[in-house]
Design a protein around this ligand. Structure first.
Ligand SMILES: [Zn+2]
Ligand SMILES: [Zn+2]
Length: 234
């Protein structure tokens, strides 16, 4: 099935004699204007015409399936990331179709709150954290598919695209799980790797070391064929 833009709600309203549905219809229109889709779903999902059992949708020539991860339009520069949980098609009292998707949010670095700076320093701009927060949003908010890799997979990738992210933990009830001290540690400073920072690979212990921690500039590091870190030298 496809949920296309043509099926979006039209704003024409016809006079109805029964004033209750009309009042409800006005209410729905207001909620849609305020983008309060959770309420719209709550009011309309018990209508016997409403359907929630779709497995895929087509939007701007791309097929999206339940369970896939999505890039979602953000307010300014950065996009949001979410998992597609459910596709719903609701009908209001005037038979307008309202297609929505239910998503489970992944937080990005700029959405995390309450973490100490030392932990934030280990987190990448391309890292995401699964949350237990869900929302209903418009299909038009979809930017494209997001690829979420493990840290190990991400580390192997040579060319990164904008839609490639990685994850090492979830963010549930304002806590990282597993916590940062359980993440794989690198460098002589024994901190979790942040792929956004510059590293050199030690041929001794086979660990990545921060250039800053081992006192090298990028130029110096580029000229080395082989590198042994201070820990391995001692
Ligand atoms: Zn270090
Ligand atoms: Zn080493």
């Amino acid at each position: 099935m496809s949920v296309s833009q043509e099926q979006r709600i039209s704003s024409t309203s016809s006079f109805k004699e029964d004033c209750l549905p009309l009042k409800r219809q006005c209410n729905i229109q207001n909620l849609l204007r305020r983008k309060d889709f959770k309420q719209v779903v709550r009011i309309l999902q018990n209508q016997n015409k409403s359907r929630t059992n779709y497995k895929k949708l087509k939007y701007e020539d791309q097929i999206y399936r339940v369970g896939q991860n999505l890039c979602i339009k953000g307010d300014n520069r950065s996009e949001y990331v979410a998992k597609l949980i459910k596709i719903v098609k609701l009908y209001d009292d005037e038979d307008n179709c309202i297609p929505l998707i239910k998503v489970q949010w992944f937080y990005r670095k700029n959405e995390l709150y309450g973490l100490p700076k030392e932990q934030m320093d280990c987190i990448s701009e391309n890292e995401v954290f699964k949350t237990n927060e869900f929302d209903y949003i418009e299909i038009e908010s979809i930017v494209g598919l997001a690829i979420i890799l493990s840290y190990e997979e991400y580390d192997q990738i040579e060319e990164l695209n904008d839609n490639i992210y990685f994850t090492r933990a979830s963010f549930i009830d304002r806590k990282l799980q597993p916590s940062v001290d359980q993440w794989k540690l690198v460098c002589i400073c024994h901190k979790p790797a942040n792929p956004d920072l510059k590293y050199i690979f030690c041929d001794g212990c086979q660990k990545w070391c921060h250039l800053k921690c081992v006192g090298l500039t990028q130029d110096q590091a580029d000229k080395l064929n082989k590198y042994i870190c201070p820990d391995c030298k001692n």
